[in-house]
Design a protein around this ligand. Structure first.
Ligand SMILES: [Zn+2]
Ligand SMILES: [Zn+2]
Length: 139
């Protein structure tokens, strides 16, 4: 990993460090304002390079980004995404990926991108939602 890290410029390193510290997804705008970067294009370029080097993944349904758990390995990531707090966890979807490619091949459909994203509520957000009506009932 060290060798590929060395290929990154200062901005790209700042962006990946920031993403690694965040356990949740961040939009390009959130990254830009958190790091005080003046131009949006600077952030987009950095993200593009980080995507090419597989240091980050794009969460398609949210147009946001997350640091990859294991950038060394080529893999087929899927994500669970909490719509309340933005928590994201990565998991491997190699089997689903094969299925998607087979379906596309059957139709001679050229895949540009595909995404496996499960959107819902994480355990913590879900338990706070469940508690509310119980308290309301006691009152
Ligand atoms: Zn990954
Ligand atoms: Zn949550």
């Amino acid at each position: 990993m060290n060798t590929r890290i060395e290929l990154l410029n200062a901005t790209e390193r700042r962006v990946i460090r920031h993403l690694k510290r965040a356990p949740r997804l961040l939009t390009a705008y959130q990254i830009q304002s958190a790091l005080g970067i003046r131009y949006p294009n600077t952030v987009y370029r950095a993200l593009q390079r980080l995507l090419e080097f597989r240091f980050v993944h794009r969460i398609e349904t949210r147009n946001a980004f997350i640091a990859c758990d294991d950038p060394e390995e080529s893999h087929h990531p899927g994500f669970v995404i909490c719509s309340d707090c933005g928590l994201v966890e990565e998991f491997d979807v190699e089997n689903i990926s094969l299925l998607l490619r087979a379906e596309a091949a059957k139709r001679t459909f050229l895949i540009e991108k595909s995404a496996v994203e499960i959107i819902g509520r994480c355990q913590r957000c879900n338990s706070t939602v469940v508690k509310k009506p119980i308290h309301a009932g006691v009152r």
